[in-house]
Design a protein around this ligand. Structure first.
Ligand SMILES: [Zn+2]
Length: 78
């Protein structure tokens, strides 16, 4: 079973809206997918929706993205 199937199963019993706690549980996966060049909106639509309406979680999301993008700089050979 792929991780995407697991996530779908988790969210399948939920309504469209998730809580901040649920968002934080999956935000790492969401960020990882974006970092890997994938589109998380199909797998984690509730997280995407929550980030658009929750400023607190959006800031957490942006912080995680910044960390990942910062790590890329290690390959710099200046
Ligand atoms: Zn939130």
């Amino acid at each position: 079973m792929k991780i995407t199937d697991v996530v779908k199963t988790i969210f399948n019993t939920k309504t469209d809206d998730i809580t901040c706690d649920e968002c934080f549980e999956h935000i790492d996966e969401y960020v990882d997918m974006i970092h890997a060049g994938q589109d998380p909106s199909e797998v984690l639509p509730q997280v995407k929706s929550h980030l658009e309406q929750c400023r607190c979680c959006e800031m957490e999301f942006r912080a995680l993205i910044s960390i990942l993008e910062g790590e890329i700089d290690h390959a710099d050979s200046g």
